[in-house]
Design a protein around this ligand. Structure first.
Ligand code: MN
Length: 239
């Protein structure tokens, strides 16, 4: 254990839920995000209505995606670690770190799938907003330009990563351990945090994220989602 000097983890989860304390681990993934309530992981409330992202993402998709899909990841994560006092003390970041190395092998894949699902979706909801889109500002804008030439090239590369992901997964803008921006994709609910990278922006390319409105047309969904990216939140994550 590496947290002898911090409050107990279940206390820390309570503090996260009530927003009273921000530890380094919390700041690393973004201020204001809710991961857990007491010892149980919870699905955070959306900061906007299910229909707020219309017409780009439809209300029914948002409702099913948030309540049912994210809900199932959280329920199954809590179930996977139930009865394991050592794991119940860990934050979501600590559970997933180093490909969930702290988690016993028998339940490691369940924690990767469902803990990754919880982590990725919590970031995703906060990365979206109504009346959003456009381009980032400040340090993130500068880093995107110096890494990918310009904003259009950046979105093109993100969309390409999303299109090339066969089956289910995510397209990511991540920051590597040495501070560089990187675009890549992961399968299933694998997350940059599992390999020591910081997730800046993730685009969910599972069919459940777009199928009701876009059916098989993942490219149309990827084109539309740039209209609802909450750059102010994404910039905070990069800073
Ligand atoms: Mn999803």
């Amino acid at each position: 254990m590496t947290h002898e000097n911090t409050q107990s983890h279940s206390d820390r989860r309570s503090f996260i839920a009530t927003g009273l304390v921000a530890s380094a681990a919390i700041l690393a993934t973004g201020p204001g995000l809710v991961w857990a309530d007491g010892a149980a992981f919870v699905v955070p409330k959306l900061a906007y209505g299910f229909d707020a992202l219309e017409p780009h993402i439809d209300a029914k998709t948002m409702e099913i995606h948030h309540d049912k899909h994210h809900g199932a990841y959280v329920a199954n994560l809590n179930k996977a670690i139930a009865g394991n006092a050592d794991l119940a003390k860990l934050t979501i970041e600590e559970l997933l770190a180093d490909k969930a190395a702290k988690v016993p092998e028998a339940i490691r894949q369940a924690v990767i799938n469902n803990g990754g699902g919880h982590y990725n979706h919590t970031l995703f909801w906060a990365s979206l907003a109504p009346n959003a889109g456009g381009e980032p500002k400040g340090q993130l804008a500068d880093a995107i330009k110096s890494t990918f030439t310009d904003f259009a090239s950046f979105t093109g590369k993100m969309n390409e990563a999303g299109m090339k992901r066969f089956g289910s997964g995510w397209a990511w803008l991540a920051k590597t351990a040495d501070g560089k921006l990187e675009i890549y994709s992961t399968a299933n609910q694998d997350s940059p945090i599992m390999e020591g990278k910081k997730a800046i922006l993730g685009i969910d390319v599972w069919e459940h994220a777009y199928y009701l409105k876009y059916q098989n047309l993942r490219a149309d969904y990827l084109k539309a989602i740039w209209n609802v990216i909450n750059w102010a939140e994404v910039e905070k994550r990069f800073a």
